[in-house]
Write a protein that binds this ligand. Structure first.
Ligand SMILES: [Zn+2]
Length: 372
């Protein structure tokens, strides 16, 4: 049996980078020290790296569309947390331009941290393929777009393959282009299908199970937007087996059936709670880790699907830290606080499982029964 684990957006806001800097050296080791054990027996552990690692010479910032983070953060994701694959096709991958994207790819290669979704200009952008116990898994990573309208980092024709984009990169906005935008909207489904159909079909020939890391959705929004609902339908029709949604920064519902599993958003696995990009009142400090247990007899079988709820908290040193919500509640001595956390546990459970329980039993890991 193999175990696959997935977490949501791994953010690194400037407040965290400041808190992790001592005498000019960066150290993010404490951020994941309480949760590493939860992923130790995962064969694949995937997270969304929502920032370039463009290098210090390009400056560290986290202006809404200009992220750049020290490589020590990625080192911690790999060594302290245990992630062995990062999804890199996201709206921030071009925040420091093509140079920043290429620096990120080179850094991940040096760190020996697998990635999928972006590539060097001279490379082909390929899916990540993993094999164990005669089970072959293919993982793709695509984004709705980059932050091009804001940061003006438009890819040239010869660079378009460097980022997996479902449709096309955002176009420059001209004042009177309402008609062309409307036409593009009408053609969107065709454009997306045309772009990804061949890649998915080809991957399905090579592997037993196809996973798409889907970067899409309205940020800090519990309501799933039409574009993303549509995207999920297209991916399902094209034969993707599992969709891992990221980008909204809050937990959204999942679809759990025997033939298809689709999550719209796992939330922020790591963030700085209480900042504009991770507002606490929107539950942006909560997230889901999804685990799949697969086995192959004559064909591939899903033996079990489980999930755990995590929360990012700020410790006494103003540094963020991801903790298992179960642990946070069990170690809490403040009764009022425990009541709030138990209620949040139930809320996040209900959102993810699309259920309406008034109360749920506190567990480290919840099992999901697949329908159909
Ligand atoms: Zn994003």
């Amino acid at each position: 049996m193999i175990k696959l684990s997935f977490v949501g957006d791994i953010m690194c806001e400037m407040q965290q980078t400041d808190a992790s800097c001592k005498n000019g050296k960066y150290n993010y080791k404490s951020c994941f020290e309480d949760v590493k054990r939860d992923f130790e027996n995962s064969d694949i552990f995937v997270g969304n790296l929502e920032t370039p690692l463009a290098g210090e010479h390009l400056g560290y910032t986290n202006h809404p569309w200009l992220f750049n983070t020290p490589i020590e953060f990625a080192e911690s994701i790999k060594d302290e947390l245990g992630v062995n694959l990062v999804s890199t096709a996201n709206n921030h991958c071009l925040d420091r331009g093509v140079e920043g994207l290429e620096n990120t790819v080179r850094t991940l290669k040096e760190l020996k941290l697998n990635y999928t979704g972006t590539c060097l200009k001279t490379e082909k952008n390929t899916p990540f393929i993993f094999e164990k116990e005669d089970i072959k898994i293919g993982i793709l990573s695509y984004t709705y777009g980059t932050n091009a309208i804001f940061n003006k980092q438009y890819l040239k024709r010869s660079e378009k393959h460097m980022v997996n984009i479902f449709g096309e990169q955002e176009k420059k906005i001209f004042k009177y282009n309402i008609v062309s935008r409307l036409i593009r909207k009408l053609n969107r489904n065709r454009e997306i299908t045309k772009n990804i159909e061949g890649v998915i079909k080809e991957l399905k020939k090579q592997v037993d199970y196809v996973i798409m890391c889907m970067h899409s959705g309205g940020q800090h929004n519990n309501v799933i937007d039409k574009y993303t609902l549509n995207l999920m339908d297209i991916l399902r029709k094209l034969g993707v087996d599992l969709v891992i949604g990221c980008h909204p920064h809050v937990v959204q519902r999942g679809i759990f059936t025997n033939g298809f599993i689709g999550t719209y958003s796992l939330g922020n696995f790591f963030c700085t709670p209480g900042t504009s990009s991770s507002p606490i009142d929107k539950f942006s400090d909560y997230s889901i880790a999804l685990h799949l247990y697969l086995e192959k007899e004559e064909s591939l079988k899903i033996r079990k699907v489980t999930f755990s709820i995590y929360k990012t908290i700020i410790d006494n040193y103003k540094s963020s830290k991801t903790v298992l919500l179960y642990d946070l509640i069990k170690n809490n001595i403040d009764n009022e606080n425990v009541k709030v956390l138990l209620k949040d546990n139930c809320t996040i459970y209900n959102i993810f499982c699309n259920s309406k329980y008034d109360k749920i039993e506190l567990q480290k890991e919840y099992e999901i029964k697949l329908e159909g």
